[in-house]
Design a protein around this ligand. Structure first.
Ligand SMILES: C[S@@+](CC[C@H](N)C(=O)[O-])C[C@H]1O[C@@H](n2cnc3c(N)ncnc32)[C@H](O)[C@@H]1O
Length: 277
């Protein structure tokens, strides 16, 4: 990528940082609840994730969670058996929330506040597991650069596990009562390479009193990556595929008006397990 394109990626990621600092409000509200949940041994991992991460205690000394948000999932990896966890996120407020949890739990955790593309090189070659997903990749403007970061963090034979929203889901109108293409570009087109830019968060996610007035809200940028782009980016960085699976499971309440019978006939998430050569 040339410098101009690099600058565009960085600028959009910085816009997203400001937007996620706004959204961090709802994560901050859950810190005490998360501490209690994690202290009781809780794991905020879904069934497909648990099936891929079931024996962490046997092989995972260090798990690095990219785009770790408030650290609940990162610390769930510790409860699942990882000896040490590292979380990376661009939002200072998210990282502060994560740190409060690990301090309260005295957990072996380290947190880095930075763009995932700038994950410090001191972590290179130290991860038995790199974990990410559940709404992570759509915020990144350069999937090949991300794949190179994953590869440099892993130890030889280290594993990448991604549990992410299926890119096909960006095609469907989320509010429709039957399957219908989303009309608003860049959604509604699996192959769209455009970036969608907007402001603000749904009221159901972040209450309006927690964010600045509309005209002051940070711009945020999202885009979709096809399965091919994700897989090819990682393969080009030296990772080999071990297993790829599509799941009907949703990781958030994405289609509130669609009948269950329709939902379960389509993939909504995927698991991707790769190893560093
Ligand atoms: C939907 S959340 C991640 C999902 C996580 N499993 C959760 O819900 O707790 C997306 C996260 O990505 C982070 N993020 C977005 N762009 C980033 C970037 N370029 N580098 C690092 N973190 C980023 C945001 O700050 C946010 O915490």
């Amino acid at each position: 990528m040339n410098n101009e394109a690099d600058a565009g990626v960085t600028r959009r990621h910085q816009d997203n940082r400001a937007a996620w600092d706004e959204a961090a409000h709802c994560y901050e509200q859950e810190v005490e609840e998360d501490i209690a949940f994690l202290r009781a041994g809780g794991k905020n991992l879904m069934a497909p994730e648990l099936s891929y991460l079931q024996d962490l205690g046997a092989w995972c000394r260090r798990a690095i969670h990219l785009q770790c948000a408030g650290g609940r999932d990162t610390l769930s990896l510790w409860n699942q058996g990882a000896a040490e966890v590292v979380g990376v996120d661009i939002s200072e407020k998210m990282i502060a929330a994560a740190r409060r949890k690990s301090e309260a739990l005295n957990a072996p955790a380290r947190w880095y506040c930075c763009d995932v593309l700038d994950t410090p090189h001191e972590l290179n070659g130290t991860a038995d597991l790199v974990y990410t997903g559940r709404g992570a990749l759509c915020w990144l403007m350069d999937i090949e650069a991300w794949a190179r970061v994953v590869a440099r963090l892993l130890k030889p034979e280290g594993r990448l596990y991604v549990f992410e929203g299926h890119p096909l889901d960006s095609v469907w109108d989320m509010n429709a009562t039957e399957l219908k293409f989303e009309a608003e570009p860049p959604y509604g087109d699996y192959f769209s390479q455009s970036v969608g830019t907007n402001q603000g968060w749904p009221e159901t996610y972040v209450p309006s009193e927690a964010v600045p007035p509309k005209e002051q809200q940070a711009k945020k940028h999202e885009r979709q990556w096809t399965l091919g782009q994700i897989l090819n980016g990682l393969a080009a960085s030296g990772l080999r595929l071990e297993r790829f699976e599509e799941h009907p499971d949703l990781y958030w309440h994405q289609f509130p008006n669609l009948p269950q019978d329709t939902i379960k006939r389509l993939p909504h998430t995927f698991s991707l397990l790769m190893r560093k050569e």
